[in-house]
Ligand binder design. Structure first.
Ligand SMILES: [Zn+2]
Length: 227
C-alpha cells in the first residue's frame, strides 16, 4: 500500500483537469497504485459533475446537497498496492502503469537510458508546455543519487524497488514532492534497482562535494532539444 500520497489540493486540481501534463502524469501514475486516492478522485469527479449540474437553477437543491455530503462522508476504501518487481516490469509492458505505456513499446528496457551519474541512469519521456521535464530515473541497487537541491518543484512516483532519504523510505506507488527549499539524498535499497517517474520544473543541483562537477552536465541535458 502506498504511504505517501498527493495532497487534497493536488487531487482536486487533477480532478478539475487543471494540472500541467507533467504533474497530471505523476498523479495518474500514482492512482494506478493507490485505491485510496483513486476512490477519492472518483468522489471529487462526482462532486464536480454535481456542481456543474447545479449551475442550472432547479428545484431539489437540498437533495443535491445531501448527495454531496453523502459522498464526502462515505468511508474511503483501501487495498494493497499492486506488486511491481523490477525484473518483471522490465520485460512485461502490461505491468507498467497504464499512463506510461504510450512512451515505451516493450517495457523499461526499451527506453534509451543515459548515464547521469555513477549508478544513475535517466530517460526523458516528455516535456510539457511549461518546460517541465518528465523522465524515468533508474538507480542501481544501493545506488546513491547524492545530496541535491532543487531549482523548482520535483515530483516523484516510485514505480519499482525502493529508496530512502532523510525523511523516510519510499516504496512502489509512493508519491513525493520536493520543492526548491528542500535538499535530500535518495539511496536505493540494496536488493534491487529502483525505477522512478520524476517531473522537474528545472534541473536539480548537486550540493555534495564529490558530485558538484556533474551540475554543468545536468544543465546541458535539460536544454531544449533542437528540432
Ligand atoms: Zn494515494
Amino acid at each position: 500500500m502506498a504511504n505517501h500520497h498527493p495532497n487534497e489540493e493536488l487531487l482536486m486540481a487533477y480532478s478539475a483537469s487543471s494540472l500541467p501534463i507533467s504533474q497530471a502524469l505523476c498523479v495518474s501514475t500514482h492512482l494506478e497504485f493507490c485505491e485510496q486516492c483513486r476512490s477519492h478522485t472518483q468522489k471529487l469527479n462526482s462532486i464536480g459533475g454535481l456542481l456543474l449540474e447545479s449551475l442550472a437553477p432547479k428545484a431539489g437543491s437540498s437533495k443535491l446537497k445531501g448527495q454531496v455530503m453523502a459522498l464526502l462522508d462515505e468511508p474511503r476504501q483501501t487495498q494493497a498496492a499492486r506488486p511491481c518487481k523490477t525484473a518483471e516490469v522490465a520485460s512485461n509492458t502490461f505491468l507498467i502503469p497504464r499512463p506510461l505505456r504510450q512512451f515505451m513499446s516493450d517495457g523499461y528496457d526499451s527506453l534509451a537510458w543515459g548515464w547521469t551519474a555513477p549508478d544513475i541512469y535517466t530517460s526523458e519521456i516528455c516535456r510539457d508546455d511549461n518546460g517541465a521535464q518528465v523522465s524515468l530515473l533508474r538507480i542501481n541497487p544501493g545506488g546513491d543519487v547524492g545530496k541535491h537541491s532543487h531549482t523548482g518543484d520535483e515530483y516523484t512516483v516510485i514505480l519499482s524497488g525502493s529508496f530512502s532519504d532523510e525523511d523516510g523510505i519510499y516504496l512502489a506507488g509512493d508519491f513525493l514532492i520536493r520543492d526548491k527549499h528542500q535538499q535530500h539524498r535518495p539511496v536505493a535499497s540494496k536488493d534491487c534497482a529502483c525505477i522512478c517517474l520524476t517531473s522537474v520544473e528545472a534541473p536539480i543541483q548537486f550540493t555534495g562535494f564529490f558530485r558538484r562537477w556533474l551540475n554543468p552536465l545536468i544543465c546541458k541535458s535539460y536544454q531544449p532539444q533542437s528540432l
